[in-house]
Design a protein around this ligand. Structure first.
Ligand SMILES: [Zn+2]
Length: 83
């Protein structure tokens, strides 16, 4: 799936709310980016669980868990979120 809209919300290696594009790939011209898997509530939960268990909640390790350092505040599917 080609995914072109990226919403940069925070600093870090994975700074798009909607997908797992890296900040390095985000700086490339659009035609060179390729495609990236989309985030979902389940991937956010899984990344957060791994951040706490494997990364021991160390903020320096956040980049290995797609920058998910907190649990989702609302249980609303991302496709229903408009900004
Ligand atoms: Zn994106």
């Amino acid at each position: 799936m080609q995914y072109r809209a990226h919403l940069k919300l925070f600093k870090g290696r994975h700074n798009c709310l909607w997908c797992h594009i890296t900040s390095a790939d985000l700086s490339k011209p659009l035609i060179q980016r390729g495609s990236f898997s989309l985030r979902s509530l389940q991937t956010l939960r899984d990344d957060h669980t791994r951040f706490l268990s494997q990364g021991q909640g160390d903020i320096k390790m956040a980049k290995f868990y797609h920058n998910v350092i907190g649990d989702a505040i609302f249980d609303i599917p991302l496709e229903n979120v408009r900004i």
